[in-house]
Ligand binder design. Structure first.
Ligand SMILES: N[C@@H](CCC(=O)N[C@@H](CS)C(=O)NCC(=O)O)C(=O)O
Length: 197
């Protein structure tokens, strides 16, 4: 399988992390966003949204980090990361949605502004962040993992931009349970890091 990838992208790192944790073999194809390679017509055929990550598996072309996590985890013999029953899937999907919405609008956007100079609104990003982080902290105060009391793709989807939050000038010190969850993810067998972590 091929992953169209960018090393500093937290969305791409979600996939690289999951692959490392589950011994899933991926060949990386770097896409240079700074050089506008994502605007290339050939890349737009793979993903009309012009975004990484994109996964290629034979005839399949799949965009969106959450969708790719679901696909990769669903192919494994070990279904602990994405079980087959509807209730487990729904429980995990609640957190995949948080990753693609609240985390995207909050800590991810703050990092885009502070680290990469995107012309986005820091006040709005911080309002999302200030609402989100207390909720996440409270959730992992009473359980080690976001869903099903074990590591799942929910943790892989949430981890990158929460762990990278300091790159967006977000202080995680007021959220000690979240900090302990970040440490737990870092200790998972096979864990890999990324630039900025
Ligand atoms: N919903 C998508 C978002 C992907 C996304 O935003 N990718 C960024 C890199 S992290 C990108 O390719 N941006 C292209 C651009 O800024 O032009 C996902 O979860 O994969």
């Amino acid at each position: 399988m091929l992953l169209y990838d960018l090393d500093v992208s937290g969305n791409c790192y979600k996939i690289r992390l999951f692959a490392a944790l589950t011994n899933t073999k991926l060949d990386l194809v770097p896409v240079d966003l700074a050089a506008d390679q994502n605007r290339d017509p050939d890349f737009r055929k793979l993903n009309p949204f012009g975004e990484v990550p994109v996964l290629i598996d034979g005839d399949l072309t799949l965009r969106d980090s959450q969708a790719i996590l679901v696909y990769l985890a669903g192919r494994l013999t070990d279904r602990s990361w994405w079980p087959e029953d509807a209730l487990s899937q729904a429980t995990i999907t609640q957190w995949l949605s948080v990753a693609s919405s609240e985390v995207r609008n909050g800590p991810n956007t703050a990092r885009l502004i502070r680290k990469f100079g995107y012309p986005l609104d820091m006040g709005t990003a911080m309002r999302w962040t200030d609402k989100l982080l207390p909720l996440l902290n409270a959730h992992v105060e009473t359980q080690d993992w976001f869903a099903l009391n074990r590591p799942t793709i929910a943790d892989c989807a949430l981890f990158p931009y929460l762990a990278l939050a300091p790159e967006g000038s977000i202080d995680l010190a007021p959220y000690p349970a979240l900090g302990r969850w970040i440490d737990r993810v870092r200790k998972l067998s096979g864990f890999i890091s990324m630039p900025g972590l």
